[in-house]
Design a protein around this ligand. Structure first.
Ligand SMILES: Nc1ncnc2c1ncn2[C@@H]1O[C@H](COP(=O)(O)OP(=O)(O)OP(=O)(O)O)[C@@H](O)[C@H]1O
Ligand SMILES: [Mg+2]
Length: 463
């Protein structure tokens, strides 16, 4: 988190409004900007300052492959403060929160409202001892149950010293609503939107120097600044490509700038050895990769530690706490999408073997399947039911759709039942159109199907 941040003085001045020592009311800072423009760097700098000023900082950095993992972000936010947060909660709320976060041996069905109230109570408890900052990077990838619970709790905070610092990927100056449903529930003047702008030439020069450890001739810098539009991620990739090819190009001679970012990224990844790339593919395919989990999936190969170090050295991944993450999500996406389908299937198959969470395991098996597979469809059906029972209908709906898609054509009854389940969970997660489609399909296929009757009954009870 504490990496050097160059420039950004005006953004940090605006951010300081969230970090007033005497804050009494909730405030939010929403950092928006395009891919690679520097949101995470700025977000991290704001959080570091908050820590220096004595705020308690709860943070979560969801990644795209985690967006389906129910309550992953809430669990991250309460990672350190859980015990303090829940100590004075009413027992049902505490139990619901424990079950939702899969803490301890709590089983059973937490009531969604109890989870939401429990989280709200946790924030109040923590903010009672020191002002609180809740930081969420890449908030667009928040898993849906966490987004609901967090939004619910934040909207109900009044006269509580809580600052929210989120980074949101969005096109420059796009009219996107504030995340977590804050618009309309908090007064406008307490939501500070800060567009993260392109970097100027001088700041970019310092970023490139500090990251690459080597200066570039001024003319090359000017061309990189222009070609990247001041986007530091793109500029770094362009500069790396230039250094790779040799900077002894003459001034005035056009830089050979590959047009597509994907091309640059795969060129950079291709420099790594095949065993490092294999490790990275496993990282890109895992929702919450740790060195231990990846090593196990790979069968504890002898050179694993060196491979991880090589990837850190190449600034492709970083390790914070026990979590591995790509230094920029685009690198993970490039690697995953650039690998062969059979390699991806093998990766998911091996990850499934070591996944301790049954829901995660079922998802990996679904992504490893070459075609319809009854065993996997059944596992997904069970995982969907469990997700629903711990208050995550969105995850349940996705798992049920996968289960339905992987059901062999001849298993007519199972397919109808899974279609009906997918419809019911879609309805429960407010995807009404999809619910209607699925339930109609199931009803048309079999009017006597028990699943359809149950689903229709549950719809009429809920509506
Ligand atoms: N102000 C800065 N000072 C130093 N380095 C920076 C700065 N801004 C960005 N960088 C570097 O540029 C790269 C891209 O920045 P960052 O990851 O913060 O972008 P992002 O907007 O979060 O990207 P994404 O949308 O993909 O999440 C990183 O390597 C980061 O270290
Ligand atoms: Mg980022």
């Amino acid at each position: 988190m504490a990496q050097a941040v160059w420039g950004r003085e005006s953004e940090l001045t605006l951010a300081a409004r969230v970090l007033e020592p005497g804050i009494t009311d909730p405030v939010a800072l929403v950092l928006t900007g395009e891919e690679g423009i520097g949101k995470t760097t700025l977000w991290g700098a704001v959080l570091s300052r908050a820590q220096e000023r004595g705020f308690q900082v709860l943070s979560a950095r969801p990644v795209e492959s985690e967006a389906t993992l129910a309550f992953a972000a809430v669990a991250d936010l309460l990672r350190d403060g859980f015990d303090q947060a829940v100590v004075s909660l009413p027992a049902p709320q505490r139990a619901a929160l424990e079950a939702a976060l899969l803490r301890g041996d709590r089983e059973g069905i937490p009531e969604p409202r109890a989870v939401a109230f429990g989280f709200h109570g946790s924030l109040l408890a923590l903010a009672g001892s020191a002002p609180l900052i809740i930081g969420v990077d890449d908030v667009q990838w928040l898993d849906a149950p966490s987004a609901r619970v967090l939004g619910f709790a934040l909207r109900r905070l009044e006269r509580v010293p809580v600052g929210v610092v989120v980074a949101l990927r969005a096109a420059p100056d796009a009219e996107v609503p504030s995340p977590l449903g804050l618009d309309g529930s908090w007064p406008e003047e307490r939501i500070h939107r800060v567009p993260v702008r392109p970097l100027g030439l001088e700041v970019l020069r310092r970023v490139l120097l500090s990251k690459l450890g080597t200066g570039l001739p001024h003319w090359a810098l000017v061309q990189i600044h222009e070609a990247s539009g001041g986007n530091p991620f793109l500029a770094l990739e362009l500069a790396r490509a230039l250094v790779r090819r040799g900077v002894d190009v003459q001034p005035g001679q056009a830089l050979q700038i590959p047009e597509r970012l994907a091309e640059l990224l795969s060129e950079r990844l291709a420099l790594l050895s095949s065993s490092v790339r294999e490790v990275l593919l496993f990282v890109s395919a895992s929702p919450q990769p740790t060195p231990t989990s990846i090593a196990r999936a790979l069968g504890d190969p002898p050179g694993f530690g060196d491979d991880v170090q090589a990837a850190v050295q190449a600034d492709v991944i970083e390790i914070s706490g026990d979590r591995i993450r790509f230094s920029n999500p685009l690198l993970g996406t490039a690697l995953y999408s650039g690998s062969a389908p059979e390699e991806r299937r093998r990766t998911h198959r091996l990850l499934a073997e070591v996944a301790s969470d049954r829901e995660e395991r079922a998802r990996h098996l679904a992504l490893a399947a070459e075609g319809p597979d009854e065993r996997v469809a059944q596992l997904l059906e069970d995982a969907a039911q469990r997700a629903r029972s711990h208050g995550a209908p969105d995850a349940a709906a996705q798992l049920a759709e996968l289960s339905r898609a992987l059901t062999p054509a001849e298993r007519v009854e199972a397919r109808n039942r899974r279609t009906a389940n997918a419809g019911r969970y879609a309805f429960e997660s407010a995807q009404v159109e999809r619910a209607e489609e699925l339930l109609q399909e199931a009803a048309a296929a079999s009017t006597s199907c028990r699943g359809v009757r149950a689903a229709t009954a549950s719809m009429s009870r809920t509506s």
